[in-house]
Design a protein around this ligand. Structure first.
Ligand code: MN
Ligand code: MN
Length: 315
């Protein structure tokens, strides 16, 4: 089975094998989980503190402010898995189903939860509304960090359909134009990477479009260390790490050693680099360290969500 993509650009199409797309989708999901588990150890530390404690932090070892077990993941991965289950149950991305999934997720007492996420879920509990009011201050990275199930389920849909699906899940907690634009850029990047495009095409395609439309996201110049949970800082760190390295491992080590919101920069860089370089480039020692249940859930969801997508079911 083959998938026709437009990765060749300008009308030229490139043939990617279905098994390659599957491997990239699994790579994206495991990449997200591995990045979360790796980065969580150094979340909220500065690069200097990380250097003093670990030298270069490049092992999944648990610990950190959450006192994680080795291989344990945080809200970034567990929210993505909750969203993915809701998409699989509903057969599509549905705002109400996503809100219910996040509500159950919060009831199960997750080890960490962002302020904006908590407020959005409480809004849903009180009002039954699966969309928070627009807010210029809710430009956190919480909608972006859990977006991977949308990437996979909408693979092959047109831009407007992808945008609608992205905002349906995002606006349960984050209704903000910078969050929307950053999240949709990440979705485009991962979908293009599933198509087999080069890293240069990601830079000259979705990333250039984002920084042209919203110059706040420009990322060349000063090194972005200590990225906060602000979507702009988060993506600046991710873009610098991604475009200044050429392997999955180097990208992830680069981004988490910047400290700050390191589990989330790790998760986002992990999903992009995992799709770009493929699951077999993720260091084996990291995959082995990852919690077994999480590993299985990520792999199974990646394949099930991809099977829902229009590009995949066309074949
Ligand atoms: Mn987290
Ligand atoms: Mn985080």
């Amino acid at each position: 089975m083959v998938l026709k993509t437009d990765a060749g650009g300008q009308g030229g199409s490139q043939i990617v094998s279905a098994s390659e797309v599957k491997a990239r989708a699994v790579g994206a999901y495991l990449g997200c989980a591995v990045g979360d588990a790796l980065g969580a150890t150094v979340e909220f530390m500065t690069p200097r503190e990380i250097q003093a404690h670990y030298g270069t932090h490049n092992a999944i070892r648990g610990g950190g402010w959450l006192k994680l077990k080795r291989g344990q993941v945080t809200d970034d991965t567990t929210m993505a898995l909750a969203l993915g289950r809701s998409i699989l149950a509903a057969g599509r991305v549905d705002a109400h189903a996503a809100a219910q999934a996040f509500d159950s997720w919060m009831r199960a007492k997750p080890i960490d939860i962002g302020h904006t996420v908590r407020r959005g879920i409480i809004h849903f509990r009180r009002t039954g509304e699966s969309c928070v009011p627009e807010n210029e201050y809710d430009a956190g990275n919480g909608a972006c960090m859990r977006t991977l199930p949308v990437v996979l389920a909408t693979y092959g849909m047109d831009t407007m359909q992808v945008q609608t699906a992205s905002r349906a899940q995002a606006h349960v907690t984050h209704n903000n134009h910078l969050s929307d634009a950053g999240t949709e850029c990440v979705i485009s990047m991962v979908q293009a990477a599933l198509d087999g495009v080069t890293i240069t095409r990601l830079l000259h395609g979705p990333v250039r479009e984002l920084v042209t439309a919203l110059p706040d996201f420009r990322f060349r110049g000063r090194r972005r260390d200590n990225p906060s949970a602000f979507i702009v800082e988060t993506l600046q760190a991710v873009f610098q790490a991604l475009f200044d390295t050429d392997t999955f491992e180097d990208c992830l080590v680069d981004v988490v050693n910047r400290g700050g919101d390191a589990d989330t920069t790790g998760a986002i860089a992990g999903m992009i680099a995992g799709a770009l370089y493929g699951s077999d480039t993720i260091p084996r020692r990291w995959l082995k360290a990852l919690d077994r249940e999480v590993y299985d859930a990520c792999r199974d969801q990646a394949l099930a969500l991809l099977a829902l997508s229009p590009r995949y079911t066309q074949c």
